[in-house]
Design a protein around this ligand. Structure first.
Ligand SMILES: Nc1ncnc2c1ncn2[C@@H]1O[C@H](COP(=O)(O)OP(=O)(O)OP(=O)(O)O)[C@@H](O)[C@H]1O
Ligand SMILES: [Mg+2]
Length: 367
């Protein structure tokens, strides 16, 4: 860990540059040597002169050349080696300098600080690609961590509320023993139920996100029928027309989680509807190799920028009144999004121009 970053790679690169230069230089000298030699007599010219008398050959013989050429060649090779080592060291240093920046950034991120970015804007090469990929990974990681922190803070806040209310109720009852016991029990029961609902929703949310559940073939149209049947009394109570249409739409997944998904969507469509006389339409069908579930409802107009935030945990619409029997905890759509993700599908929310919401879930179809 305390080795200086890039050191051994720099040394290796330097050695390979210098080695390559040295080998290339040697080859060049050998080629030159071989070509020059072809034109020279093997014997000493003076000897030839002696033997044949009249033949006069002026010029170096091979041994002359070897004597003159070898030292110069050796100097050139030593120079090449030194030049290769120095040049290679400088070049390798320049080549590897971005790595130091990247390594520093990785170390900073590793020590827990996710806000640092490399931002290597001055190059257009593989190092830039690596640093951009790393930067975008940090972006995602940072927002994920922030989301988790928000989630934990919200969850503890939401769980604290019913507990704090129970304590207040108990305190009041203790100070006033003549108070209405039945009413106290009633209110404690309501608060307790809400805390249990919240805990169950949180557990379901963490389970739905993981995706390690047994899978079976599930027909969304049957699931929609079942959810509608459960919620029919609620819809009737609010004078809302609830329709289920469409054909079979099979997918592979957990029947229980998919039922929870559809129930949450239909419950939202009923609860966040017009105060009276609204409509809810649930439609199932196939579209190529996807099974599609559409839940559409009337209601008040929703600003599009609000719609994109609704799937975040604990996000409730602005118009929500947090009293009465349907004070939601704001986890319904987060659970839906988790179930859809775990089943490899997509969830699309769109504000209807006339008011209300259109939710489209697409899941991989199964024959
Ligand atoms: N079908 C819908 N029509 C209009 N608004 C909706 C619809 N579904 C959701 N919303 C808005 O999105 C918000 C978040 O929905 P979500 O289901 O996550 O939470 P909730 O319904 O408030 O609480 P719960 O956790 O009990 O479901 C709601 O408070 C509501 O404002
Ligand atoms: Mg809901």
């Amino acid at each position: 860990m305390n080795r200086r970053p890039g050191r051994s790679a720099r040394l290796k690169l330097t050695l390979s540059y210098a080695g390559f230069l040295f080998v290339a230089g040697t080859l060049l000298l050998v080629v030159m040597w071989v070509f020059v030699l072809r034109w020279l007599p093997t014997n000493d010219p003076r000897l030839i002169q002696k033997t044949y008398g009249a033949v006069i050959i002026v010029g170096p013989s091979r041994s002359d050349l070897l004597r003159g050429f070898a030292p110069a060649a050796a100097v050139a090779l030593v120079f090449l080696l030194v030049f290769g080592l120095l040049g290679g060291w400088v070049l390798a240093g320049r080549m590897l300098s971005p790595l130091t920046r990247i390594t520093d950034a990785v170390r900073t991120a590793g020590s827990g600080s996710l806000s640092h970015r490399i931002r290597m804007k001055d190059r257009q090469d593989e190092f830039r690609e690596l640093s951009d990929a790393f930067d975008s990974m940090l972006d995602r990681l940072e927002s994920k961590v922030a989301e988790e922190q928000r989630f934990a803070a919200n969850a503890s806040h939401e769980l604290r509320t019913p507990l704090a209310i129970s304590r207040t109720l108990l305190d009041v009852a203790r100070k006033d023993p003549t108070g209405d016991r039945d009413e106290l029990i009633e209110r404690l029961d309501a608060v307790n139920t809400r805390a249990i609902d919240l805990t169950e929703a949180l557990l379901l949310l963490s389970r739905s996100d993981r995706g390690n559940f047994p899978r079976e073939s599930v027909d969304l149209s049957l699931v929609a029928e079942e959810a509608a049947e459960t919620l029919l009394p609620l819809a009737e109570q609010r004078r809302i027309t609830l329709d289920v249409t469409g054909e079979a739409a099979r997918t592979s997944g957990s029947g229980e989680l998919l039922l929870r998904m559809v129930t949450n969507l239909v419950q939202n469509a009923v609860v966040h509807n017009l105060p009276e006389g609204g409509t809810v339409t649930v439609h199932t069908g196939r579209d190529g190799d996807t099974s599609v579930l559409r839940v559409e409802n009337t209601g008040s107009r929703l600003p599009p920028e609000l719609v994109s935030t609704l799937t975040e945990p604990f996000q409730r619409g602005t118009e929500r009144v947090h009293t009465g029997e349907h004070a939601g905890v704001g986890l319904g759509l987060a659970i839906v999004a988790g179930v859809v993700r775990a089943h490899g599908g997509t969830l699309d929310l769109a504000a209807r121009p006339a008011g209300g919401l259109l939710v489209t879930v697409r899941l991989p179809a199964m024959l």
